[in-house]
Design a protein around this ligand. Structure first.
Ligand code: ATP
Ligand code: MG
Length: 542
């Protein structure tokens, strides 16, 4: 990965001056967006539905940080993938208190020639001494990234510096350059990335907290924003949202895969996603996949001339990804390639066939798709994807699969298996909106139309009581004229206007008006509460 030359300074920017000069409006950054009411209610409902379904399968919430070390993602997702290669938001953060070290590093690296002047030489040596001292100091305080490469480069720098022979000497000239080069590659800041997905973070947390010692498999779910620097378009954003689930533990029983898929479809049915299709495949394990990949590569080389640039490159870097190609002119060629299902080892073939039995047992409908390889490196055996209607070419609402070696790859215990998926919440919501089948969500229940100073105290009191029963109540902060009050109740979409005038205040009653049909009743407090609750919560509630 390339080094980020400009670390983020955590100090305040002199922003005031420029802002005064240019009072411009701010807009959300390209590829990000605001989710406003009433849409936000749909989002909450979707995420809440996911929580309820997942918890009914005994999955529990895990919350991991939004940023992690860049190398966590590079190592798990794979350096050669689009996500890591070009889509990650990375930045470098300097710990507080090492600004001087950074300055000393910059000075050494950019120290100008000529070298033969004794003054130049003396000054340079002083800078190197200062750098060495500050580096040691920062390291002992734990302010530097713990990195093998860094340690080595620092040792080399010290060794070269110890051999300096004075100004004007030939050997020193070379040593100086070597010191500069070593100083240049020493990492002072920590490389961080906004998470492009959460599986790597969940595995990191699993390992860090020794969760393998907990009883049974760990069944975890999450919901939150992810970040990828892609070209924004319909269903594709730079900050997008996922809800996902992972099962981590010693077992890789096909019933786990099947349960995960059953749970997924249960959720999609519950939220009413239209035309969903589940595609399933097995891409083998570390025993059989490499052999298949070699075979695929050999076959692809034979037809290289007929493929476009991206696929030509992938023949060498990641031949499985060629199967992902959507280019019409490549389809006929791809159809003739050897299929992974014909090259699975016995164990993988049996796992896949048991998975299919399990899906049948659970009534989970699916289609086999031998070309479903998925974009991330860590998948083994089961892979799957769900598509839905109304999304154009970005029609995948969920992707997932098994990743049996990932925990070990990230430095965790051997033999821990994993499977999981991530649902693209933006796309799921979009599909539901496009289908027009929106759920009926509870809106504003009661608008308290109070008039006259004497009505205010009873209005405040009844609003509080209704709210305590979980009803949404709007209480105007200032007195409104009767017509205006009812007009506003209507515009806000309230179910009822609760009219409290001086009469009602005097008699301790309320006039409840149902806005849909204008029906109006005079009720005392307990009758009012009973009425509102039974209509909003009872069998005829919307
Ligand atoms: P795609 O092929 O559409 O780029 P992907 O394979 O990169 O998807 P995954 O990493 O498997 O996607 O993420 C799972 C789900 O997250 C996708 O099926 C999709 O619904 C959603 N998703 C991925 N990237 C984005 C994005 N940039 N904007 C919105 N949703 C996204
Ligand atoms: Mg993608």
């Amino acid at each position: 990965m390339t080094r980020d030359p400009r670390p983020i300074a955590m100090s305040d920017q002199p922003a005031e001056k420029t802002e005064k000069a240019e009072r411009r409006q701010f807009r959300a950054i390209k590829g990000t967006r605001d989710i406003l009411p009433p849409d936000s209610a749909l989002w909450n409902w979707f995420e809440q539905s996911a929580r309820e379904v997942f918890e009914s399968y005994n999955f529990r919430d895990i919350r991991t940080p939004i940023f992690e070390e860049t190398s966590l993602f590079a190592r798990s997702i794979g350096e050669d993938t689009d996500v890591v290669g070009k889509e990650m938001y990375t930045f470098t953060v300097l710990e507080q208190g090492i600004d001087d070290l950074r300055r000393a590093q910059d000075t050494i690296v950019s120290y100008p020639s000529p070298w033969n002047s004794p003054e130049h030489y003396e000054v340079f040596c002083r800078f190197v001494e200062r750098f060495i001292e500050q580096f040691r100091n920062a390291r002992s305080k734990g302010l530097l990234p713990k990195d093998q490469f860094n340690r080595l480069m620092f040792e080399n720098l010290e060794r070269d510096f110890a051999e300096f022979e004075g100004p004007g000497s030939g050997p020193t000239q070379q040593l100086i350059e070597s010191v500069q080069n070593h100083a240049d590659v020493i990492e002072i800041g920590t490389y961080l990335a906004l998470r492009p997905e959460a599986t790597a973070s969940v595995c990191r947390a699993y390992i860090e907290h020794g969760m393998q010692t907990l009883p049974g498999n760990q069944k975890l779910y999450y919901a939150g924003p992810m970040f990828r620097r892609e070209r924004p378009q319909k269903g594709r954003y730079r900050q997008f949202y996922q809800v996902g689930a992972e099962v981590l533990g010693p077992s890789d029983a096909p019933a786990i895969d099947a349960e995960v898929l059953e749970m997924l479809l249960t959720l999609f049915n519950r939220v009413g996603l239209a035309n969903i299709k589940l595609y399933v495949n097995s891409i083998g394990c570390k025993e059989c996949r490499p052999k298949y990949v070699e075979l695929l590569r050999a076959e692809l080389r034979k037809v290289k001339d007929q493929l476009k640039e991206d696929s030509q490159r992938r023949i060498e870097t990641n031949p499985l990804r060629v199967l992902d190609s959507k280019l019409p002119e490549e389809q006929a060629i791809i159809e003739k390639l050897p299929r992974v299902s014909e090259h699975l080892c016995d164990a993988c073939r049996e796992h896949f066939s048991k998975l299919k039995d399990e899906l049948a047992l659970r009534g989970v409908g699916y289609e086999e798709n031998w070309r479903l390889v998925r974009g991330l490196d860590y998948y083994t055996r089961t892979t799957f994807e769900v598509t839905a209607a109304g999304l154009g070419s970005q029609n995948a609402v969920c992707g997932g699969g098994r990743y049996d070696g990932l925990v070990e790859l990230l430095g965790g215990p051997a033999g821990i298996k994993g499977i999981g998926f991530a649902i693209g919440t933006d796309r799921a919501i979009l599909s539901i909106q496009e289908s027009g089948k929106l759920p009926k969500l509870p809106g504003l229940a009661v608008f308290v139309a109070w008039m006259g100073a004497k009505a205010y105290a009873p209005a405040v009191a009844i609003a509080k009581k209704l709210r305590a029963r979980g009803l949404a109540v709007e209480l105007p902060p200032e007195e409104l004229k009767f017509r205006k009050s009812l007009g506003l109740a209507d515009k806000l979409g309230a179910r009822y206007a609760l009219i409290i005038g001086e009469d009602e205040a005097a008699s301790g009653t309320f006039t409840l008006k149902r806005l849909a049909d204008g029906q109006q009743d005079k009720l005392d407090e307990s009758a009012l509460i009973a009425r509102v609750e039974s209509e909003l919560r009872g069998p005829n509630a919307r």
